[in-house]
Design a protein around this ligand. Structure first.
Ligand SMILES: C[S@@+](CC[C@H](N)C(=O)[O-])C[C@H]1O[C@@H](n2cnc3c(N)ncnc32)[C@H](O)[C@@H]1O
Length: 284
């Protein structure tokens, strides 16, 4: 007489039914056991599948997670994009629709960009990249200094570059070349420039680490990077919060790409003019 139904056997802990089964029931029991083994194998297979898929998913994450680990995200401020790099929320990009502001007549006296370009100590045959050139307010001043060299005006907005090119061609300026970059790549050949300058631009790069790495690669050995950023330490500098930077923050972010701080020139009324040089670390 059977004491166990198939259901009962499945409920039993393994081996509990051994010895309780009569010889006439053994075939049935063996069938059940075989079914149990098949079920166990099926469950093992499913577990293996889950683990494999899980591992594959984990293996696919490193690229994403290593990139994501540089940046974090928050709800955007009125002048920011909600993306945070070394504790700083990246500013939104100034659209070409506002290009007139870059050429406002009061700008020279407000910023003294003439003194800034003077402070760069450029050689006449230098190749200097103006990253985030906009409509070329700084590029044209640089072009006068490197009259035997070249200015590479780089920007992500083709409309800005078109404005620059129109003025360049109108005045017959021969030593400015434009380069359309991407948010994450300045599109400059390796070891092709003596200096990269960023006037009021770096704080709005959506991929600062990638762009600065590209710039560092484009610098010749001992090449320099110069940033002009509105002073965030000074509340009297009436520029939106995320469009200003502290010296401490700039140094931290340049160090992250192997650029060594050399000096800060304090001659400008509202901006830090900060000089960095390429180190062996940045060469890698
Ligand atoms: C505030 S404007 C300054 C323009 C110019 N440097 C000047 O002082 O007149 C900032 C410029 O940076 C450009 N820009 C923003 N993100 C960039 C990036 N990732 N790479 C290159 N240019 C970028 C913008 O398109 C804009 O033209």
């Amino acid at each position: 007489m059977s004491k166990f139904t198939a259901l009962d056997c499945q409920r039993c802990p393994r081996g509990d039914n051994r010895g309780l089964v009569s010889s006439t029931e053994s075939t049935h029991t063996e069938g059940i056991m075989r079914d149990s083994r098949i079920l166990a194998r099926f469950i093992s297979f499913c577990l293996l599948l889950i683990l494999t898929v899980g591992c594959t998913a984990t293996a696919a994450t490193p690229t994403g997670s290593s990139v994501n680990s540089i940046y974090s995200y928050k709800s955007p401020s009125s002048d920011g994009i909600g993306k945070v790099y070394y504790g700083r929320e990246i500013a939104n990009v100034m659209g070409y629709q506002g290009a007139n502001w870059l050429a406002r007549p009061s700008r020279l006296s407000e910023e003294r960009s003439d003194m800034a370009v003077d402070a760069l100590m450029l050689e006449r045959d230098d190749v200097v990249a103006d990253i985030g050139a906009g409509l070329g307010y700084i590029s044209f001043q640089l072009a006068k200094w490197v009259d035997q060299g070249q200015v590479i005006a780089v920007d992500v907005q083709p409309e800005m570059l078109a404005l620059l090119e129109a003025e360049r061609d109108q005045y017959g300026v021969k030593n400015i070349e434009t380069v359309l970059s991407t948010e994450a790549d300045p599109n400059l050949p390796a070891e092709s420039i003596d200096m990269a300058v960023m006037f009021d631009a770096y704080h709005e790069f959506a991929y600062p680490k990638e762009v600065m790495t590209g710039i560092a690669k484009a610098l010749r050995p001992k090449g320099q990077v110069v940033l002009a950023e509105y002073r965030a330490e000074n509340p009297l500098v009436l520029i939106k919060r995320h469009h200003k930077m502290t010296q401490r923050q700039v140094k931290k972010e340049m160090k992250a790409v192997g650029l060594r701080w050399i000096k800060t020139d304090d001659r400008l009324p509202q901006q830090h003019l900060m000089f960095f040089e390429k180190t062996a670390e940045a060469l890698r």
